[in-house]
Design a protein around this ligand. Sequence first.
Ligand code: UDP
Length: 329
Amino acid sequence: MESILVSGGAGYIGSHTVKTLLDRGYKPVVLDNLVTGHWQSVARGVPFFQGDIADSHLVRRIVEKEHVSAVIHFAARSLVGESAEKPDLYFEENTAKTNRFVSSLLESAVKRLIFSSTAATYGIPEEVPIPENAPTSPINPYGFSKLMIEQSFSWLEKAYGLEWIALRYFNAAGAALDGSLGEDHIPETHLIPLILKAALGQREGISIFGTDYATPDGTCIRDYIHVLDLANAHILALEALGKGIGSGVYNVGTGSGYSVREVIETARQVTGRTIPVVESPRRPGDPDRLIAKVAKIQTLLGWSPNYSSLEQIVESAWTWHLRHPNGFE
Ligand code: UDP
């Protein structure tokens, strides 16, 4: 069994990927500092180390003890608003600590790495759907912190033979189909969980941030990708690197988008609940439309989404919220 270190494996996307790794016969090993992750989300029997990716001694010890051969690196801060208020925190926690993490891995002779990147590296796109070779011009420190990491990898590849794939996620959403894992962020800022909290009666309603965008119904369009499809993309990327596919950047999205109003309407249908809406001003930094061009990942990694219809995304998230109205407890 190949042993894969998953940093941030107690987080939202990380925990789903750990579950998928187990299903595929890998041995995941989790490293998470639990600042935003939940120990309850780590599957039973999975070796779990609570600590920091920048703790070189710990990282080297885990690699040796668990015979780690490759890494999927999720651990990061991911709140856009917080990043604008504290850019230095993001450059430290995401960029600087990843650099230390990768140095420790290379010292331990681990050279295969899948990295959790983001569509926020593009900024406001000139072209939609966005191809991977579009200009990168992030409009928030979160996106910039991730872009710097991607760029550093090319140099680490040249100098030390790092083999890497960065997956630029569009809008991760949904939950494990049995409702055992799901999204539990504090504070929650994402559209679908907030809508479902309104459906549960935990919030008065949902604010639509901007109704005057250049889209058919005036609300922003995003490319929502099911977390299980994202998890699968990481495993295909890992296997592709193992087969000698070159390093590089891949979008992960569906190639189609839904507006905020469409998401709310789907949630009304799925839940059968009333979801009051408040039309609110725009949120700073939201482009009208963000949709991935997905030809590269489909062709080179053989990936395609299986769970990412909007109905499946919302249904699975609703199952999670019904089973865990207060998140992981
Ligand atoms: N959004 C909204 N109300 C909310 C939260 C989000 O209208 O309470 C909108 C947001 O402006 C964006 C879309 O929903 O157009 C998705 O936002 P989210 O924060 O989920 O993801 P992002 O696109 O920022 O990664």
